[in-house]
Design a protein around this ligand. Structure first.
Ligand code: SAH
Length: 211
């Protein structure tokens, strides 16, 4: 398929799957109209790249449905100044979106093959504000903490303490939480407490635990 055809599908995707379902943050919409989602998807699935569904990316993992990617990004309310930690690099698609909107992106993935592939695509697309780490996302990435925002794309059974610790005061985190039943949770860290909101039921791959 030609790049122009992919582009057409992408504009349609944003209109019918994202704008129509109420995500209105114009930056997120603009970026999703621009980023070639098909480049992050294995050859044999590329035809579905702009469909309203999650897709397999190998090693039993999935790239999230476009709407969920948009919803999570929008919820973080980014203004472009942020240092952001992402847990679960996967295909690297969500990473690209964060790199377009945020200032510095730190992304952690536990499966080497996926991390290597994501790194390659993201460098082909000329992103220079992304740092990659191979390791356990439950630990966050201490060396670069504190973060303005944290986005997690695999579900832990409960909110990992280390991630909350690595969030700045005023920082926001969005993550799926749960085992069989999962919910998307939004957290804002305040001085002596945090504000927590449950957003919607979701289905993510598990955030694997290393202990
Ligand atoms: N954001 C990704 C979605 C990937 S699916 C995308 O846009 O494609 C979730 C990813 O989390 C998978 O790649 C999986 O390998 C990774 N993952 C699962 N447990 C992890 C852990 N403990 N630490 C880091 N990454 C983890």
């Amino acid at each position: 398929m030609k790049e122009d055809n992919f582009r057409e599908k992408r504009i349609k995707m944003v209109d019918s799957q994202i704008r129509a379902k109420g995500v209105v943050g114009s930056k997120v919409l603009k970026v999703m109209e621009k980023i070639p989602r098909h480049r992050f998807i294995p050859e044999n699935t590329k035809a579905h790249a702009y469909a309203d569904e999650p897709l397999p990316i190998g090693k039993g993992q999935t790239i999230s449905q476009p709407y969920i990617v948009a919803y999570m990004t929008d919820a973080l309310n980014l203004d472009g100044s942020e240092k952001i930690l992402e847990i679960g690099t996967g295909s690297g698609y969500q990473t690209a979106i964060l790199a377009e909107i945020g200032r510095e992106i730190y992304t952690v993935e536990v499966i080497e093959l996926l991390a290597t592939r994501a790194k390659k695509v993201l460098s082909e697309l000329s992103y220079t504000n992304i740092q990659f780490k191979l390791g356990d996302g439950n630990e966050g990435w201490d060396e670069h903490a504190l973060y303005d925002a944290i986005l997690v794309t695999a579900a832990p059974p409960k909110i990992p303490d280390k991630l909350v610790e690595q969030l700045k005061i005023g920082g926001r985190m969005i993550l799926p939480v749960g085992v069989t039943f999962q919910e998307l949770v939004y957290i804002e860290k305040l001085k002596n407490k945090f504000r927590k909101k449950k957003l919607l039921p979701v289905r993510f791959v598990p955030l694997v635990s290393m202990d």
